[in-house]
Design a binder for this molecule. Structure first.
Ligand code: COA
Length: 382
């Protein structure tokens, strides 16, 4: 036994001071740069939220127009990046292709690393704009369809949905995809942001940090949870089976994807916002999506009864996201691209903030192996 305190999963450990995002896990509140997520989701736009997160203030009209123009100018991809997507996307996981394409984007930047904040904000704008185009191109290639060029008459998230699905979204879907982007834009020191911070703390460039974020987002305990949740809903199959499925899963100590959170011990405010959208589409889509919506709404009630108040395990943003993505024509294997396209701004803002007072991440581990073993030549080993 040693006296070292092991902070498994870094639970409860503060790693930096940040003014970007506050997650109040006890009260179920979320703020970006001081503004509550409910106001931003209802009254703002994703482009404005990006400006807010990067510049730490809400833009004036002209500032927002210039910012939108910059995003538009950066939307296109080079032939080389498109080739990478075409060669990889059909067989690889979306995030594997995304991080490879992001590495290629950095090759076109003659000076990927800069210590200058304003230069890095310009790089962030470039990365945010191109990530959406890459993500949509991955989706098109996966389906064996032609890649669609950006449409500069459309806003960022609306254009993403258009490039991905091939359909110009109506007003309802334009608002919904924008809300999705806003809700996923930032979430303090979650696993992928921490991954990006570890990379940037070595003074690697902002592209490398974003690639680290994308790599870390992939797993089902983080970015993959929305896909896992919708796969679970598909396997439940019928709303009438939901209660039996959940009770058997819990009895078998299986986790229900889309519930629980390391920080939120109350209802995730993002999930609350999405539930309102789900209530609105309940019964108004094609039969298979209506079923998913019903299963989600039934599962929410049952899980709150079983684990909500008693165990602090509430729905998180990933639980309701899946059926809403399906409603917008986004298939489960593409969910991660929405998440990573939205979250890129958060990663970049954290990297830029962290570099103001950079400290290399280098935690310790408690060694539990042996020491001073005798080296036996290979011929003598039994
Ligand atoms: C997000 C998550 C990893 C955070 O959990 P954590 O802080 O690491 O806590 P643990 O995974 O150790 O869970 C603590 C307890 O709650 C239970 N629990 C947590 N999430 C659960 C879920 N979704 N369904 C059922 N039980 C759950 C665990 O089984 C564990 O029970 P035990 O103490 O009896 O062993 C976890 O809630 C989870 O795996 N959720 C499902 C995946 C998901 O939705 N991820 C997206 C997060 S935004």
């Amino acid at each position: 036994m040693s006296g070292n305190m092991i902070h498994s999963g870094l639970e409860g450990v503060y790693i930096e001071k940040s003014s970007i995002c506050k997650v109040d896990g006890e009260k179920g509140k979320l703020y970006y740069r001081g503004y509550c997520i409910e106001d931003l989701a209802e009254k703002s736009t994703y482009e404005e939220v990006c400006y807010l997160i990067l510049y730490n203030k809400l833009p004036k009209k002209k500032e927002l127009e210039e910012f939108s123009e910059k995003l538009k100018r950066e939307r296109t991809l080079s032939k080389e990046v498109l080739e990478i997507i075409k060669n990889m996307a059909a067989k690889a996981h979306v995030l594997d292709t995304l991080r490879t394409a992001m590495s290629a984007i950095s090759a076109d930047d003659p000076e990927p690393y800069s210590a200058d904040e304003s230069v890095n904000i310009e790089k962030a704008i470039r990365i945010i704009a191109k990530t959406a185009t890459i993500s949509a191109a991955i989706g098109r290639t996966k389906k064996g369809k032609e890649i669609i060029q950006p449409d500069n008459s459309l806003d960022h998230s609306e254009n993403f949905l258009y490039m991905l699905t091939g359909n110009k979204p109506d007003r309802e879907k334009t608002k919904l995809i924008d809300v999705m982007f806003i809700l996923h834009a930032e979430h303090s020191s979650n696993a992928s942001t921490f991954g990006a911070l570890v990379a940037c703390s070595t003074l690697a460039d902002i592209y490398s940090a974003v690639v680290a974020g994308e790599a870390t987002l992939k797993g089902p305990l983080h970015g993959g949870a929305d896909e896992a949740a919708v796969r679970m809903m598909e396997s439940i199959g019928d709303p009438a089976n939901t209660e039996k499925y959940i009770d058997e899963a819990l009895a078998g100590k299986k986790k229900i994807m889309g519930f629980g959170h390391r920080v939120y011990k109350a209802y995730d405010p993002r999930a609350k916002i999405l539930k309102r959208y789900l209530d609105e589409i309940d019964g108004n889509d094609e039969e298979d999506i209506n079923k998913l919506v019903r299963i989600a709404l039934t599962a929410e009630k049952i899980m709150i009864e079983r684990l909500g108040k008693s165990h602090g395990i509430w729905p998180n943003v990933d639980f309701f996201a899946g059926p809403l993505y399906m409603h917008m024509g986004i298939k489960p294997e593409m969910f991660d691209t929405v998440f990573s396209s939205s979250r890129t701004v958060g990663w970049c803002a954290h990297v830029i903030e962290y570099w103001k007072d950079n400290k290399l991440f280098r935690p310790l581990e408690e060694y539990t192996g042996k020491t001073d073993l005798e080296y036996i030549p290979i011929e003598q080993r039994r």
